[in-house]
Design a protein around this ligand. Structure first.
Ligand code: SF4
Length: 441
């Protein structure tokens, strides 16, 4: 059984409220941290090996150490709660059921970074969560854990919750900052990076909800102990939101030492494939990461078991591996049509492109059109090559990672499931009435 650090108390009735959270030992990590120096906290975070849980997996301690500290200029912590990646819902779960864990993590992080005004930017579709967060903020303030002169330390902190308008692109950190400043959420060119010029051109750290929540157990048990959990550079625990054709969709906390096979088939996690069907493929890290067929998902090309961690999931690069990403684990059974699935994702990315750069604005639209044509049985063989060519022209040629996020699912689908694309071209009539999966099993 995986060790629980973040979700250990989630099933306790009333844990959402300050009183219960406090009774379970809540805010003791904050009390401990406020007796430390900011540099001592930073060293603990570095020692923990924590990697950003939003998708990129960049070491959090290193990110914090890049924060510029010009004299007299305020700094900010911004929590990225714009969880819009299809298949990902673990931050929603944390905020809905454990809001004080996030606020305690923000208190420790803000103290370490020197932020006296910190923000939670939350996606507009999570319409009921801001009230939960704001209630928790008020409770923490009433108990002396927010506001002026927290616990008599002289440290002040205000936390504000800002609702987004429902745009996927605002999950990209610079688009988020633009939106937070009240502008259209267009990604900025980097450099300068937010650590130097972020919110209102002030030094800013943008971190995912889960990353900030993880600061609490890191301070609680120490960075060195946190680093002992997991394996290699995949330290600590990771929240996975599992969905698709499985028996037990939900949010699971894993310690990154379990195999993918165990995660899918064990009753502790996904409980196997729904209706006893066969596993066909999986997108293990949110819709932007490459899809992998069952054989490469469960084992690497060397025949080794694949594990639920950053390194093992990426083993072999995109030709044979994928990415941990945001931990949005989407499982597809044998009945699913990869062409239809890829077309749905292409439509999503086209709709969400901000339109600033040509390869993304035009390329995502063309990929969607061609995929729609192939899926309807109106495609030609050369359309598959054209599709491949377009995704190659998008990848690496855009301002922000949305371009790559749109290209990778198409590339991986053609790489691993070209036979399905060809089946749609060769069977125009059948492909209008059935999907490849149902026609082949
Ligand atoms: Fe906008 Fe797409 Fe360019 Fe990102 S890659 S800046 S979403 S057009």
């Amino acid at each position: 059984m995986s060790k629980k650090l973040l979700l250990k108390d989630v099933h306790i009735e009333g844990i959402r409220y300050f009183e219960t959270y406090r009774k379970q030992g809540g805010y003791t990590a904050a009390e401990k941290a406020l007796k430390m120096t900011p540099d001592e906290i930073l060293e603990e975070v570095k020692a923990s090996g924590l990697r950003g849980r939003g998708g990129a997996g960049f070491p959090t301690g290193m990110k914090w150490s890049f924060l510029a500290k010009p004299e007299g200029v305020p700094r900010h912590l911004v929590v990225n709660a714009d969880e819009s990646e299809p298949g990902t819902f673990k931050d929603r779960y944390l905020m809905e059921f454990l809001p004080h864990l996030l606020i305690e993590g923000m208190l420790i992080s803000s103290y370490c970074l020197g932020s006296n005004v910190s923000y939670i930017y939350i996606r507009g579709e999570y319409s009921w969560i801001p009230d939960i967060l704001e209630e928790a903020i008020e409770e923490a303030k009433a108990a002396g854990f927010l506001g002026k002169n927290i616990l008599g330390t002289g440290f002040d902190l205000e936390i504000y919750v800002q609702r987004g308008g429902g745009a996927y692109i605002c999950g990209e950190e610079t688009a988020l900052l633009e939106s937070l400043e009240g502008k259209r959420g267009n990604p900025r060119l980097k450099p300068p990076f937010p650590a130097v010029k972020g919110l209102w051109e002030r030094p800013t750290v943008v971190n995912n909800v889960e990353s900030i929540a993880a600061i609490v157990p890191i301070i609680d048990i120490t960075g060195a102990e946190y680093a002992k959990i997991g394996v290699g550079r995949s330290t600590g625990t990771k929240l996975i939101s599992a969905c698709g054709n499985i028996n037990k969709p939900g949010v699971y906390e894993i310690d990154m030492t379990i195999t993918v096979e165990e995660f899918i088939y064990s009753d502790e996690y996904c409980g196997g494939i729904k209706d006893g069907k066969k596993l066909k493929a999986c997108i293990p890290g949110g819709s932007s990461v490459p899809i992998v067929p069952a054989n490469l998902l469960l084992r690497t090309v060397n025949g080794e078991p694949r594990y639920m961690n950053y390194e093992s999931l990426a083993d072999g690069g995109f030709a044979t591996g994928t990415m941990m990403g945001s931990g949005g684990f989407i499982v597809l059974d044998e009945d699913q049509c990869i062409v239809e699935h890829t077309m749905t994702l292409a439509r999503f990315y086209h709709h969400e492109s901000c339109g600033q750069c040509t390869p993304c604005r035009e390329g995502t639209g063309w990929m969607h059109k061609i995929l729609k044509k192939i899926e309807k049985g109106e495609g030609k063989m050369e359309d598959i090559d054209l599709l491949w060519d377009i995704q190659r022209k998008i990848e690496g040629n855009t301002i922000c990672p949305l371009g790559d996020a749109a290209a990778w699912p198409v590339a991986a689908a053609i790489r691993h499931f070209r036979d399905e694309f060809e089946w749609h071209v060769k069977n125009p009539e059948l492909s209008q009435t059935q999907n490849y999966g149902l026609a082949h099993y």
